[in-house]
Design a protein around this ligand. Structure first.
Ligand code: F6P
Length: 319
């Protein structure tokens, strides 16, 4: 049997450990591993090559993905999905492991309804916005990148008596912002999931400033699009000079944490085992309450991820 692995959409730390485990494990099982290079774009163009142990030597600690990734507009068109499927058939690939997020799973779900395709998805995105799993591959590393940045920003914020507004990624999901705010003790956290009561917080902050508070750390999720607004409000209404830091794509880079490496290994082994045991069922590997499992692809793509209310409850509520 020949199995292939592909990365799709935004890259996330942990992809390389997963790719390494995939190649080594598929060979251990006596099967042949393949790479699909450049994500869905590469699948359309037939960039499918046999993988060797040498390809994956010394990559476990590296961020990014040695087989690269892409966001594909062409894949929205049926003719390109057909071409992609035919390329898999031509290469004798009978099962595909896809490291990707929501959009990639939707694309694969569509393709699997049209063609006789077997795939298993590994939830891989720093946004942590995939239904059915508590955590996605790459999230822990991204959180640690943010933590490191926030610790440094706190140093300068406190020395200069300033308000810092730190914008973090997550697309429409506030998970990165919420966990970062909780673990860094930020005064303010603005996320799409929670209403923000400006006047109550303003009053509270003014009182604190009068009592000696000399800096403010606020985390804003990019999905709110409120970074500039919050900076102006802190400066003009709360009365503290402010600075904006947009962390941007550094959150997607860096050496995967130990947690992400282990998660990559566990997810990959389960994905391969599933493909070897089942020839006609498309699923996503998940972890829920510490237990690994498989979720139907339809369930994953038809439902919306929501943040655990207990986590929301841990936010430092100023109102
Ligand atoms: O989905 C991962 C992510 O990093 C989001 O957090 C962010 O909104 C988006 O991708 C950025 O996309 P791009 O890398 O295409 O600019």
């Amino acid at each position: 049997m020949s199995l292939a692995i592909m990365c799709s959409g935004g890259d996330a730390p942990g992809m390389n450990p997963a790719i390494k485990r995939f190649v080594d494990y598929v060979y251990e099982k006596g099967e042949i591993p393949y790479f699909v290079y450049n994500g869905l774009e590469g699948l359309i163009d037939g960039q499918i090559e046999r993988a060797t142990h040498k390809d994956v030597a010394g990559i476990v600690h590296r961020g990014g993905a040695i087989i690269r990734s892409s966001r594909s507009k062409r894949f929205y068109e049926y003719k390109y999905r057909k071409q992609a499927y035919e390329n898999l058939v031509k290469s004798d690939v009978t099962g595909l492991v896809v490291l990707g997020g929501d959009g990639s799973f939707r694309a694969m779900d569509l393709m699997s309804r049209e063609f006789d395709l077997n795939f298993v998805g590994i939830p891989t995105t720093i946004d942590n916005d995939i239904y059915g799993t508590d955590i996605c591959l790459g999230v822990d590393t991204a959180l640690n990148v943010i933590r490191d940045a926030l610790d440094k920003i706190r140093d300068t914020a406190s020395t200069f008596s300033r308000a810092f507004i730190v914008e973090v990624m997550g697309r429409d999901c506030g998970y990165l912002a919420i966990v970062s705010a909780i673990t860094s003790g930020a005064e303010i956290c603005i996320v799409p999931e929670v209403d923000f009561n400006k006047s109550v917080v303003e009053e509270h902050l003014k009182r604190e400033i009068a009592n000696g508070r000399n800096y403010i750390l606020s985390i804003v999720a990019e999905g709110t699009k409120k970074t500039n607004e919050i900076a102006q409000w802190l400066e003009n209404s709360v009365g503290m000079e402010s600075r904006i830091t947009v962390l941007g794509h550094i959150q997607r880079g860096g050496s995967p944490t130990v947690y992400d490496r282990m998660l990559a290994f566990e997810f990959t082994i389960r994905a391969v085992d599933h493909l070897l045991a089942n020839t006609s069922s498309n699923k996503v590997v998940v972890i829920k309450n510490g237990q690994y499992g498989m979720c139907e692809i339809s369930e994953v793509v038809d439902n919306r991820y929501t943040i655990n209310p207990e986590l929301l409850g841990m936010l430092n509520k100023l109102d």
